[in-house]
Write a protein that binds this ligand. Structure first.
Ligand code: CBF
Length: 840
């Protein structure tokens, strides 16, 4: 406000303020201007990378005009805002998405052609923004798209990692990790060097009494690291709303380097502080579903929470509203437990800096936060050692103890006869060393807790948070089944299918209201529609086949059944079950007569995904897949009947090529372990069917698409505990003979040195088969057999896929966001408000 231009001068501003391009000529002019001036290139010196840069900058200009407008409107109207705190945002590429969301695809395509470039080539120059591990980070990215599309006043907060998830290379069949330096050219971010926050670590707590005689605490004498904001515009689809994703980067608080040390010849020491500070936001932790309790990770979490909270509070304070209004203005959604430190941080601000009493501070805090749980697997639930928290964040530990004290008193009062419950629900685990249970802190500090699919939310209520349901009552715990944005996962990844649907539905409105897809079912018998639908699937398979040839050197036949499993490699996701099934298929084929082989349905098994670098077993699964591929693909007896492909370095932009090409995709986790899954939704939306267990969102997908349009197999979640028990205490363990044969073949060295695979096999045979591979193997193989048969009837298969697509409306992330907004954040239906005010 202080820096506003006086009224009299505003006319001149209005006259000259930047305008977004609307026509092809204006677009071309913007691209050429950026290439010639921003990049200092010319038409004699413009390769595809430069064309990408020019196009991205032209689009960025456009987004930023809308971004400014959105922020101004929001500042002026000061509505309740939602803040999504997620340590991961797996954004993928931005250019294509931006072009589509602002509705400029034809303009950009033609414009680029006139300038001598193909749009696809230009788009493919962009590096993925891979600031996430997998489902959780991609969900966050889908949510940003939906929040903007639905015009919610929303901000995402995360870290600006210098290195995102590692790039995966495959050397001799093994995964090798290579750093992903994605920032050498990133046109989508705006450094805000004027938006900084000093974040403190270490130090101590001093108690003092203020003038009014009140006892207060102050955290002091710590080490300060500065957080610098970098903003990325997030355009909605078919709206002018452009929200903000704010990423924090760390730097030393006192500048680049220490001159005193430099002058006295201590060259390394002179930059040491800077390096230490920068380390905080340097690397994304490449963990998936595993808590390793490392100090740097805790530092990252606090750094990001503290900077974000400071920013949110600063924005709130500008409105000069009373603190009791805070939760009416601010909703903070915690994406998993990673941002849980935001809870004691808000308490610290309210108590130590704003001087509020405990009860008021606590009720504001609880009303502000909502917590989304993404896993019930014990190894993934974060617990931080108390001595570590004490050392790094001494004041927060005190506050956590105080929260725990108040909470346990409440439990004691209300459940006097259940004293043993106290240690079960305490935030502090009485282990050696003691540990802070972050999930419990998140539950206690939030007013709502949700799981991400119905089964998962039931498990949340009945397992990990069972006691809390008793304490708080069932209403605090709810479900919001995950979803995906149809803009990226249909319109962008599969433009021809999007166009076909639009041609029947009278336009692209279904991309904003995915329930409209149900109208597609009316065309299930329409010959012309079926023909085009089939042709689209085939073209997408050809595209993947070409890609496979280009990057893996493997020739696959697009007429084969394409069976795809792409996701993080983890034992619970059971890629090992898939590859054991592939080996079984191979052995069956080998033992068949030529006549029998002639009747077999040819198949390509595609795999893709990264293993956490320290996760040996997952790495051996990758190795086994590659070794099996090497043998099978070279076997002249087999030819096109079976091919095995590991697509290296799976990421969002590759998913956009892979997803539309599936006939079958695999979502085969041990029942009860996959919270939801979201790629299952993407595959079905793109005209592929699923083989899956009764787990996560597979269950709701089945409910929506109908049991005939999905292939389910395997044991149910309710039986998992008994089965695990039986492995340890039951009668002698009998392996299914066909699985035994698979293991014998691996051990015989058919796929190279068997040594590396022994852990994999032993975990099943000798160590209790925790993920129940042997229990589900038979029904898995049988179900694959049913799929082979079903696929032979191409007409019936097509009917199933079209039907399934038409019933996927429920799985839009727009639906999730509306559910969160209503149930958790209590936002007004924003469109109604904005429209009434006449801004759109
Ligand atoms: O809810 C989004 C996804 O989150 C995970 O990836 C996670 O990190 N916990 C789960 O494993 C997925 O099931 C879930 O879809």
């Amino acid at each position: 406000v202080e820096a506003s231009v006086p009224e009299e001068q505003r006319e001149a501003w209005k006259k000259h303020s930047a305008k977004e391009f609307k026509t092809k000529d204006q677009f071309e002019a913007d691209v050429v201007r950026h290439i010639e001036t921003t990049l200092a290139r010319s038409l004699f010196n413009c390769d595809e990378a430069a064309a990408y840069a020019g196009t991205a900058l032209a689009l960025r200009d456009r987004l930023i005009i809308e971004w400014n407008r959105t922020q101004q409107q929001q500042t002026f109207a000061d509505p309740k805002r939602v803040y999504y705190l997620s340590l991961e945002f797996l954004m993928g590429r931005a250019l294509d998405n931006a072009i589509l969301n602002v509705g400029m695809k034809d303009v950009a395509k033609q414009g680029l052609e006139e300038l001598g470039f193909r749009m696809e080539d230009v788009i493919s120059q962009e590096r993925d923004a891979a600031l996430g591990n997998g489902g959780l980070g991609r969900l966050a990215a889908c949510f940003l798209d939906s929040l903007a599309t639905l015009n919610y006043p929303a901000w995402g907060y995360a870290l600006r990692y210098r290195y995102g998830i590692f790039r995966q290379e495959i050397v001799d069949g093994y995964q090798v990790e290579v750093p992903d330096y994605w920032l050498d050219f990133n046109p989508w971010e705006f450094p805000r060097h004027d938006v900084t926050v000093d974040v403190q670590f270490y130090g101590g707590v001093r108690k003092y009494t203020d003038d009014s005689g009140k006892q207060l605490s102050v955290w002091e004498n710590g080490e300060i690291v500065t957080a610098v904001a970098y903003d990325a515009p997030i355009p909605g689809y078919g709206t002018r709303t452009t929200n903000n994703l704010r990423l924090w980067s760390s730097k030393a608080s006192h500048g680049e380097f220490d001159f005193t040390k430099f002058n006295s010849g201590e060259y390394e020491a002179s930059v040491a502080d800077q390096q230490r500070a920068e380390t905080i936001s340097a690397v994304l932790y490449p963990n998936d579903s595993l808590d390793r309790g490392k100090e740097l990770r805790l530092k990252q979490q606090y750094f990001w929470c503290a900077a974000s909270l400071f920013d949110i509070v600063r924005r709130f304070k500008k409105s000069k509203k009373a603190w009791k209004e805070f939760a009416n203005q601010v909703a903070i959604q915690l994406n998993d437990t990673h941002p849980t430190l935001a809870i004691p941080e808000l308490m610290r601000i309210l108590l130590d800096q704003e001087g509020l009493e405990w009860d008021e501070a606590w009720s504001i805090t609880q009303a502000t936060f909502g917590y989304t749980n993404h896993t019930v697997m014990p190894e993934a639930l974060e617990k931080w050692s108390v001595p570590l928290v004490q050392h790094l964040l001494p004041r927060h530990l005190q506050i956590i103890y105080d929260i725990n004290f108040h909470f346990l008193q409440y439990v004691e009062r209300n459940f006097p006869k259940e004293r043993e419950m106290l240690s079960r629900v305490s935030i502090i685990e009485e282990s050696e060393p003691k540990r802070v249970r972050m999930a419990f802190l998140a539950v206690i500090g939030s007013h709502k807790v949700n799981g991400v699919a119905e089964l998962h939310s039931d498990l949340v209520r009945t397992t990990i948070f069972k006691d809390f349901v008793k304490i708080y009552g069932p209403d605090k715990f709810t479900n919001v089944t995950n979803g995906i944005t149809p803009r990226r996962w249909l319109h962008q990844a599969n433009p021809r299918l999007s166009a076909l649907i639009a041609s029947k539905l009278g336009g692209h409105e279904f991309l904003r209201d995915l329930n409209l897809l149900h109208k597609v079912e009316a065309y299930v018998d329409d010959e012309e529609f079926r023909k085009e639908f089939r042709a689209i699937k085939y073209a997408n398979k050809v595209r993947l086949a070409e890609y496979t040839k280009a990057v893996e050197g493997i020739t696959v036949n697009p007429s084969s059944l394409f069976d795809i499993q792409v996701k993080r490699i983890h034992e619970y996701k059971r890629q090992q079950l898939n590859i054991f099934g592939v080996i079984h298929r191979y052995l069956e084929l080998k033992s068949m007569s030529p006549e029998a082989r002639a009747k077999v349905q040819p198949r390509v098994s595609f795999f893709g995904g990264k293993a956490a670098p320290g996760y040996w077993m997952a790495k051996m699964v990758i190795h086994l897949i590659n070794q099996v591929g090497k043998v099978v693909n070279a076997d002249p007896d087999i030819g096109d009947l079976l091919k095995v492909v590991f697509l290296f370095d799976y990421n969002v932009s590759k998913a956009e090529i892979i997803t539309p090409a599936s006939d079958i995709s695999e979502h085969i986790s041990t029942a009860g372990t996959e919270a939801s899954g979201t790629s299952n939704m993407k595959f079905v939306l793109n005209g592929g069917l699923i083989i899956g267990t009764c787990d996560g969102a597979n269950i709701e997908i089945t409910r929506e698409v109908g049991e005939d349009n999905i292939f389910l197999f395997g044991n149910l979640a309710e039986d998992v505990e008994d089965l695990r028990h039986a492995h340890f205490y039951g009668d002698s363990f009998q392996l299914d003979p066909s699985l035994q044969r698979v293991f014998d073949t691996i051990r015989s060295g058919t796929f190279g040195d068997a040594g590396p695979f022994s852990g994999l096999v032993d975990s099943i045979v000798d160590h209790g088969d925790y993920y129940l591979v042997s229990d589900d193997f038979k029904s898995y193989v049988e179900t694959q057999g049913l799929i082979d048969e079903a696929y032979k009837d191409q007409e019936a298969w097509l009917t199933r896929t079209i039907t399934a697509v038409s019933r996927m409306g429920f799985f839009s992330s727009d639906r999730c966001i509306d559910e969160y907004a209503e149930m958790i954040c209590e936002l007004f239906p924003p469109l109604a408000v904005w429209r009434r005010e006449g801004w759109f």
